[in-house]
Design a protein around this ligand. Structure first.
Ligand SMILES: [Zn+2]
Ligand SMILES: [Zn+2]
Length: 430
């Protein structure tokens, strides 16, 4: 790969401190026989732990990590600095965007080790944590035992996310949504691969998770201190609300809400690409409509020129009905979208019978969810967010509004073709 064609995230990866060329990626997940000659020499000469004497506490700390991961102390020192730059970058971005205080953005002293452990084992196209030793995980023993992959076996997953089988769990009940085989590793939309670092179940807390749209073109990475099903309840609530508000339009949403002003939190959610995408994705919209058939009335239909003329005639001569609500439902202005007379009547009925009060199915999720990494039980939110950010950056998830370290976040845009979600929908035949 020539230097110019490399994506910017290449520069954020761990590397050797040896030269000024940025061709020296650390490649901890690449096995010895996959290295080219110069990479192999580099690893053999400069990669592994060397005995040394140390002067102070910091040097002692570096040396103990150098021994336990069998990696050269100079590499650790160099990449610790590199990682601290990224931590700072994230902190400044958050302070700027969310007006947080510096103390809310500072890692606990004893968490630098875990942060570094994640940072060093996130390669260009694979996250594979071989050294993990918390929450039931066992470090992988290769010879030589090391943070670097050897030839003994290719990267493989040893842990799965197991179902908890509890009736209260939305991932296990009413239908199992977890296939343990598929939870060993995850492949993101951009092809980035991650292997689960700890055993997990639906009840595991302090995790990084991924949500993938059923269209398979868009994904999102999140972090949470609670469990995945608990977190999904929250996403479900906002997803359902935003998709309904999109279909009903501003005016009728205000009518339903009695003109109450939205909270700051709700307004922030409204702007999240994760939820906005649902309104532009016909696959997600189809799932929503299959679950909530009352809302078919709000999906305008595209008419041919002939049908359009017929419709106009109908309105002129037959349809004297004054629609109270149907007139306020938004219709895309171009491409001949209309509501049929039947739909308009259904919309009136929908409001008269207050069908909008019907609760959505509390087990229905728009997105396919998986745990991708487990953090220590007591991990701070700063650590969680840092690991999340590394994943967001390397998996280049398009639905994250914030967190891409290699980009100005405003430069990542969701495809927003206002008409798109209406295309390709399959209406139920009556
Ligand atoms: Zn469960
Ligand atoms: Zn989608």
């Amino acid at each position: 790969m020539s230097t110019n064609s490399r994506p910017k995230r290449y520069l954020l990866l761990p590397c050797y401190p040896t030269t000024s060329s940025d061709d020296d990626l650390l490649l901890t997940n690449v096995s010895i026989d996959e290295l080219d000659e110069s990479q192999l020499i580099q690893r053999q000469l400069f990669g592994y732990h060397q005995p040394t004497t140390y002067q102070n506490d910091h040097e002692q700390w570096i040396d103990s990590l150098s021994q336990s991961w069998n990696i050269h102390r100079d590499i650790l020192q160099f990449n610790l600095k590199k990682m601290l730059t990224l931590l700072d970058q994230l902190a400044y971005k958050r302070m700027y965007h969310f007006s947080t205080h510096p103390q809310e953005e500072t890692l606990y002293e004893d968490e630098y080790k875990i942060a570094l452990e994640f940072y060093l084992q996130m390669d260009y196209n694979l996250f594979y944590m071989k050294t993990c030793s918390y929450r039931g995980a066992q470090p992988i023993i290769n010879r030589p035992s090391s943070i670097f992959s050897t030839n003994e076996r290719p990267p493989y997953g040893r842990y799965t996310m197991e179902a908890c089988h509890q009736k209260s769990c939305s991932l296990c009940y009413p239908s199992r949504q977890i296939e343990s085989k598929s939870t060993v590793q995850h492949i993101f939309v951009n092809g980035y691969r991650s292997i689960l670092n700890c055993p997990a179940t639906c009840t595991t807390q302090n995790i990084i998770y991924v949500l993938t749209c059923p269209c398979k073109q868009f994904d999102y990475i999140g972090e949470t201190s609670v469990s995945l099903p608990q977190r999904l309840t929250y996403h479900r609530k906002h997803g359902n609300r935003i998709i309904k508000e999109f279909l009903l339009g501003k005016k009728l949403t205000n009518y339903i809400n009695g003109d109450t002003i939205k909270s700051y939190e709700t307004l922030v959610k409204d702007r999240m690409k994760l939820y906005q995408h649902l309104c532009y994705c016909s696959v997600a919209m189809q799932h929503f409509l299959d679950e909530n058939p009352d809302y078919w009335s709000f999906i305008p239909q595209r008419l041919t020129v002939y049908e359009e003329q017929e419709q106009e005639r109908e309105i002129k001569f037959v349809d004297h009905h004054q629609y109270q609500f149907a007139n306020d439902v938004p219709v895309p202005t171009n491409m001949n979208y209309h509501f049929t007379t039947e739909q308009k009547l259904n919309i009136e009925e929908f409001f008269q019978q207050k069908k909008y009060l019907t609760q959505s199915n509390s087990h229905f999720d728009f997105y396919q969810a998986s745990i991708i990494a487990v953090l220590p039980e007591k991990a701070s939110s700063v650590l969680r967010r840092f690991v999340e950010t590394l994943f967001i950056t390397h998996a280049q998830t398009k639905l994250n509004t914030f967190g891409h370290l290699d980009a100005d976040d405003s430069s990542i845009r969701v495809q927003s073709n206002g008409e798109l979600c209406y295309e390709n929908l399959v209406r139920p035949s009556i």
